[in-house]
Design a protein around this ligand. Structure first.
Ligand code: AMP
Ligand code: ZN
Ligand code: FE
Ligand code: FE
Length: 278
């Protein structure tokens, strides 16, 4: 049987609900050959996943899903096979983590102005480690009966276009791409269909973008095809994954989107090419 990989999963080090070990165990149950751990602005779960990989025999591709911002739009940039101990990226991760905490306070303030009373502590209590984000805030709102679903929290209050959304990620995708490259990693534009700003892609390429996340959850086949054609035309790698969040976002089961193992090999080849320059 062809080897398969899911190159986009979250753990409880960001807004997933499973530990790295549970995540690797689930990958084994699903007969996946490799998974990429891509927590939001956090690499802390990778060592535990690598340890679990010895037990379960599932290969771990280290990754981070970086948050950045361009023209007021939140952009997610995947960094595969980065060396997180390198200075540029460790400083960036520390900075992003602090911004995420401040952003919760800012969104709580905005919610207050919309007559939604929630304490920052009740949000922080849902995230014992790693980075905090909007999914934690939405979950806290749901737990306190302020919304009838997590979806409603996003639609009404904290979604990208909703009134209580706060960005605070004033690091550009171009700067993020540079930091990923300096750390020997491969920068890939995450779920471009979600952002719908294909006009950014040539600018990202100038900064050193190497791939597009062509295969992603909840995406029409015609959209996937369009990004596959675009990536081929531009000479970019094509990656993909489920964006699994455990019980946090039930719509995307692990392994729901996979790519052939040759994608992993292509990423490794690209990383070694990048490392030969830095
Ligand atoms: P953050 O990194 O804090 O901006 O949060 C981004 C995360 O919020 C995404 O990875 C999803 O887990 C979640 N998210 C964003 N928009 C929505 C939405 N409309 N419905 C449900 N979850 C969402
Ligand atoms: Zn998430
Ligand atoms: Fe994302
Ligand atoms: Fe994600």
């Amino acid at each position: 049987m062809q080897k398969r990989a899911d190159l986009h999963v979250h753990t409880y080090y960001s807004d997933g609900t499973f530990s790295p070990e549970e995540t690797v165990k689930e990958a084994k149950r699903l007969n996946l050959d490799a998974i990429a751990i891509c927590d939001h602005d956090c690499a802390d779960g990778i060592d535990e996943a690598l340890e679990a990989s010895k037990k379960y025999g599932v290969e771990i591709i280290p990754g981070v899903e970086f948050t950045c911002e361009k023209e007021g739009i939140e952009i997610h940039m995947l960094g595969y096979l980065i060396d997180v101990k390198r200075k540029s990226v460790s400083k960036l991760l520390k900075d992003l983590r602090e911004r995420r905490v401040q952003r919760i306070y800012d969104m709580v303030d905005k919610l207050k102005k919309c007559n939604v009373q929630i304490s920052p502590e009740s949000v922080f209590s849902l995230s014992e480690r790693g980075t905090i984000g909007r999914l934690h805030l939405a979950q806290a709102m749901y737990n306190q009966n302020l919304v009838t679903s997590v979806k409603e929290a996003f639609n009404k209050y904290i979604g990208d276009d909703a009134p209580c959304y706060v960005s605070r990620f004033n690091i550009t995708p171009e700067e993020t791409i540079k930091a990923i490259l300096e750390s020997g990693g491969v920068p890939v534009y995450a779920h471009p269909a979600v952002m719908g700003r294909d006009d950014f892609i040539p600018e990202f390429m100038k900064a050193g973008l190497r791939g597009l996340e062509v295969y992603h959850t909840d995406q029409r086949n015609s959209v996937t095809k369009r990004y596959k054609n675009l990536a081929d035309k531009l000479g970019l790698l094509t990656t993909g994954g489920s964006d699994w969040h455990g019980l946090g976002k039930k719509k995307s089961p692990m392994g729901g989107v996979t790519v052939p193992y040759s994608t992993v090999e292509a990423l490794k080849k690209e990383a070694s090419e990048i490392r030969s320059h830095v």
